[in-house]
Each structure stands twice: as C-alpha cells, then as structure tokens.
Design a protein. Structure first.
Length: 246
C-alpha cells in the first residue's frame, strides 16, 4: 500500500507528460498511442492479454523458485568449504561477464520454443543475486559466535544450520527482493526471441501488425505483474523473517 501511494503521484505526472507530448508533437497513434487508447486496447483485448499474462506469470514463478533454490544451495556449499569456494567463486563471477540476454537464442535452440527456455532465462537472472547475497551473509557470521559453537562441540553442519543460515537470512531476503524485480525480464526476453505464448510474444506479434496500443497494454500489464510479484515476495519475506526473529 505504501508503495502504491508513492508510485501514484509519479504515475499521474508521467501520464500527463505522455498525453502532453502527443498533443504538442501531433504524433500518430502507431508511433505513440495515447493513455486512453492503451486502456481501451487493454479492455478490448483483455482475454488475450490475460491468457498471455498467466503464461508469463507461470514462467516467472517457476524460474524464480528454481533459481532461488539453486542460488541458496550453492551459497551454502561455497560457505561450507573454502576449497570449493575458491574454485566456484571465480566461475560465478566470470559467468556475470556474459550478458544473460545473449543466451536467449542458444537456450531456445537447445530447449525449443516452449516454456523451458523462458524458465531457464529466469533461473539465470535470479540465480546470481540470490547466491551472491546469501553467500555474503553466510561469510559475515560473527567469528566469536562460531568459535563458541565450535568449543561447545557443534559440528560444521549444526553450526551452518543453527547459526550461520539464521544470521544470513536478512541478506538472503535482500537477494530475493532484487531477484523478484528482475525475474519477469528473463521470461519476456525469452518470449521475444522465440515463443508463441506470453506477454513477450504478444508484444512482438502486436508490433508486427503496427498495433502499438496493444504493445503498450501488454507492457502495462507486465509492469503491474512485476510490482505485484515483488511486493508479494517482500511480504512473504517480512512474515518469514519476523517469524524467525531475523
């Protein structure tokens, strides 16, 4: 609710500027449709857009869950062993020098034109921020607490489960919040490259038919989906962290 109140004034100003540009520059609708035309297109094509949004939403949720799980698991593995961390950390860093979007055609070639390459794109985008943030938290566990647990006979596994992971939950939450914002981008880019379903595919098809108002309508729905998904993840994290006292 606070986010909505903060965004609303900015959104109103943006809409006024948008409409003002159209009036002043006399732009044709196929270049820049008016806000009213976009809303009208959204209503007239609501069934098609809703179906596309549900497809993209499924890709985002599946990719987010898989990417977050893999990222968190890798962070725990790397934090458990300096040797493994020494091998994997440079590889993890190097992987970020490759633009994820450039992998979309390759993933489509390997995995086909279904949901799989879009989910894979989302996984790749979600994976790094979760792994990086959680690993940073695991490595920042107070040394005094670890030494005390070791003196009391706690095994490395028990120290990880009962001490290091709980202490790193806030950092994990930060990584998940960041990943939730970027996750829809992976799915849509995958749909742009090769897909017959989803909001990305709908945008490409509408753009090819010069239906710019429908492109903007799909983009509006995508933006709303991203905000709602990010807020949902933030809400779950607040409840979860509060429950565990983190």
């Amino acid at each position: 609710m606070k986010t909505l109140k903060a965004i609303l004034p900015v959104l109103i100003v943006a809409l006024l500027i948008w409409q003002g540009i159209i009036w002043i520059a006399q732009l044709p609708p196929f270049l820049l449709p008016s806000p009213v035309a976009v809303v009208k297109s959204l209503w007239l094509n609501r069934a098609e857009i809703a179906q596309a949004a549900s497809f993209t939403g499924a890709e985002v949720v599946l990719g987010f869950v898989i990417g977050a799980s893999l990222g968190a698991a890798l962070a725990v593995i790397m934090a458990s062993s300096r040797r493994i961390s020494g091998v994997l950390h440079p590889l993890l860093t190097f992987s970020q020098t490759i633009p994820v979007f450039a992998l979309a055609p390759i993933l489509t070639l390997w995995l086909g034109y279904g949901m799989q390459p879009k989910i894979a794109m989302t996984v790749l985008i979600v994976f790094f921020p979760v792994a990086s943030a959680f690993l940073d938290g695991l490595l920042r566990t107070p040394a005094a607490a670890l030494d005390l647990a070791q003196v009391m006979g706690a095994s490395p596994a028990r120290r990880m489960w009962h001490l290091r992971i709980p202490a790193a939950l806030p950092q994990l939450g930060t990584g998940l919040r960041l990943a939730a914002v970027y996750a829809p981008i992976g799915a849509v880019v995958g749909e742009w490259v090769g897909g017959a379903k989803g909001l990305g595919a709908l945008m490409i098809h509408a753009n090819g038919r010069m239906k710019t108002d429908q492109v903007f309508a799909a983009l509006l729905v995508l933006s709303l989906m991203t905000v709602i998904f990010a807020q949902l993840i933030a809400y779950i994290l607040r409840r979860g962290l509060k429950r565990y006292g983190a």
